[in-house]
Structures are given as C-alpha cells and as structure tokens.
Design a protein around this ligand. Structure first.
Ligand code: PLP
Length: 393
C-alpha cells in the first residue's frame, strides 16, 4: 500500500490549485500569443494579463495600474530595494531593515553596502517582532527606504507594519514590505498598511512558481532592474509569462475568496498540532509563540534533537517539514532568524518548522501527532551527517 504523505511545508511552496492549472493551460497551448502583439492572439494574452492584474490588485487593495508582474518574490524584493536606491539622490544613501528578513532582502541590502549604501539591520524581540520605536530611532536625514517584512517565513510572526507605515509617512521615507508569506493568509490592504511597495509571490498561495508581483504606489519612482522592451509600462522589461501570470491571477482570486474560511480552519489545525506536540513531547517549545502569527506556521524547538536528521526521519515516515537551520560541513549554522530571537545555536539546531495549508486535514493532524512524538523520542541525541547548506525558503 502506498503511504499517504503529509505536507507541512507550505511556507516553502504550495501545490498548484486545480482551478489555477485550468486557468493556465489555454495559454500554454492554443492561446500562445505575445501580450504585446496587436493581433487577436496577442489580445487574448493581453486580456489574461490584465484580468490577472485586477485580481492581484484586489487581493491587496491596490489599483491594477500599481501592479508590476515579476519572476517571483526574490525579483520583487530586488526591484523594490535596488529600484529605490538607484533612483535616489547621492545624499540619500541609508536603508533601514531588520535582522530577520528573507535572503532576498538581506542579500540585496548587503550587495548595496558594497556600493556606498549604509544599512541598519534592526534587532527583534525574543518573539521575533521588530519594535517600531527602533525604526523611528534609526531614521537619519539620508534614509531613503525602510524595508520590513510583513510575516516572517520561519516563525510566521507578523510585524507592526501599520505603525511603521505611520512613522515612514511622518518622516517622508519610502516604505517597502515583503508580504510573500502573509498574502493569502491574512487580510492585506496597502492603504491601511501605509506601504509604498509590497512584494508578492504566486507559489506561496497555490499559484505557479516563477511569477510574482511588486505593488508600486502611484507616483513612486523606481530605477528598473531589467532593461529592454516596454512591458509593464517600462517598469519591468521582458515578454510577460502569460500562463504563469494568468495562474497567479486565479490564485489571488481564490485566496481572497477563501481567506476568512481557510484562515480559521488552518489556524485551528495548527493550534491542535501545536498543543498536541507541547503535551506529548517533553520540553517542547514554540518559537515566537506570544507574537501575532500567520495562521499556518508553527516553529518548534525539541531540545536534544538535531533538526536536520529529524526532518529526514519524518520524511521517511511520510511527513514533510523543514529544519530551522542551515547545515554545512557537518557543523550546523543556526538560522539568522532563530539567532536573532536569541536562541543558542544548539536550540536553533533543534528547531523544526511545520507550515500548514489548504490541503491539510484533521485526520493528518491526528496522524502527525502519532508520528512526530515517536520520531522525536527516537532521535534525541542523534547527530546529522555532513550535508550541503540548505537555507530555509
Ligand atoms: N520573501 C519571503 C519572506 C519568502 O519566504 C520567500 C520564499 O521563500 C521569498 C521572499 C522569495 O520568493 P520567491 O521564491 O518567489 O523568489
């Protein structure tokens, strides 16, 4: 009998919804036109792109003209940060961000530091939340951008974006948020959040991989990352990936329609998993537990366990999750996020992320509550072998 596998790694990626696939298929076959062509093939593709733009805009309370399609969350983050830095005058060379951003933001900031940009990486609390007072305190006359993620990918912790938005507005500084992990999980409204720029990625909300969007508030000037033709109103050159964009639009439409119902259902499943594990695994703790979190994420510390080998043992039992640490040459580097919330490297090495999604069921939680405690009990004190670095997506 084949094993029914349980997927608890939705923060890494999600399955494509069947309705999303159905939306994409015509644009991979009969409707293959270039969205920039004037003939009917082109116009059909253009129609699909513009319908998708409306759906993505509706998910975040934006105007369709403020949506720029990209190749994913990584490009959106790069386009926002490099775009603002590139368009800034020579006396505005300071960026404020946090220590817990995704690599798409952190490594972009680090790259800019090699080009005379100064970056402040703000600390977070033990629960993984940045203090808006620290953002205010880090402002300088030369600050050109604040970039603070909405939901953290490892912990699920939600950042006080609205408060930071007010601080940014008072200071007249452009504000970007990476909402890749919050879109489709919690309500999003760009006006309420007070952001000028917001990054999205389709594959985190049951859309296809390799497509995303950047919300650019009307009037915000960005130096484009990509140079070439005139697509996306000169904001992102390159022929539009029509099937992927059409799929993203459908995924955004579904996410918006299902948000309240799925949020309540998934958070109930997550809470049952979390409570069950706290009861069944001696010494278990939830990282970031007291902070507001996305409904689907649970990052758990199982003292005495090596998360890398635990993840493999759980996979052998048919349960997919991810380690909260990157392992290299036999020594495990603690994740920068878990280090930022004050975990020791041993604690970070003992932390595992379970991220739930719309396909998970009550029955899977019940099975997980049998599998995980048994595998943890068998793995206390087992060390991982040599492995290549695998950062948490
Ligand atoms: N930002 C966050 C918070 C993420 O979790 C991810 C992906 O894991 C990204 C950005 C990158 O998105 P993409 O995989 O679409 O490039």
């Amino acid at each position: 009998m084949t094993m029914r596998r349980i997927y608890f790694d939705h923060n890494a990626t999600t399955p494509v919804d069947p309705a999303v696939l159905a939306e994409m298929l015509p644009y991979l076959s009969a409707e293959y036109g270039n969205a920039s062509s004037v003939h009917s093939f082109g116009q059909s593709a253009r129609g699909a792109v513009e319908r998708a733009r409306e759906s993505v805009a509706a998910l975040i309370g934006a105007r369709p003209a403020e949506i720029v399609f990209t190749s994913g969350g990584t490009e959106s983050d790069n386009a926002a940060i490099c775009g603002i830095a590139g368009a800034a005058s020579s006396d505005r060379r300071h960026i404020i961000t946090t220590a817990i951003e995704h690599a798409a933001v952190l490594h972009t900031c680090q790259a800019l530091e090699r080009h005379t940009v100064d970056v402040s990486y703000l600390p977070v609390s033990r629960d993984g939340v940045v203090d808006p007072g620290d953002v205010r305190g880090a402002l300088r006359p030369e600050t050109v951008l604040i970039s603070v993620m909405h939901a953290n990918n490892e912990l699920g912790t939600l950042q006080p974006i609205e408060e930071i938005g007010r601080i940014a507005a008072e200071a007249g500084v452009t504000f970007h948020t990476d909402a890749v992990q919050s879109a489709g999980k919690v309500p999003l409204d760009v006006a309420q959040l007070g952001v000028h720029l917001l990054s999205l990625s389709a594959h985190k909300l049951c859309g296809p991989k390799g497509v995303g969007a950047l919300y650019v508030r009307k009037g915000v000037r960005l130096e484009p990352l990509m140079h070439g033709g005139h697509s996306e109103r000169d904001r992102r050159a390159g022929t539009e990936n029509v099937p992927a964009i059409a799929g993203f639009g459908k995924a955004a439409e579904l996410a918006r329609a299902r948000l309240a119902e799925q949020g309540a259902r998934i958070s109930a499943l997550r809470d049952r998993l979390e409570q069950g594990l706290l009861q069944r695994v001696p010494g278990a703790r939830v990282n970031g537990r007291s902070a507001p979190r996305t409904p689907n994420t649970c990052n758990m510390l199982f003292p005495g366990v090596e998360s890398e080998s635990l993840v493999i043992a759980l996979d052998l039992q048919g349960l997919a999750c991810s380690a909260g640490a990157a392992c290299s040459s036999g020594a495990t580097d603690p994740s920068h996020v878990l280090a930022a919330i004050g975990l020791s490297s041993a604690e970070a090495r003992a932390s595992v992320r379970f991220s739930l999604g719309c396909t998970n069921t009550d029955e899977e939680i019940a099975r997980a509550l049998e599998i995980i405690p048994a595998v943890v009990a068998g793995h206390r004190g087992v060390s991982p072998g040599r492995r290549e670095p695998v950062p948490t997506p």
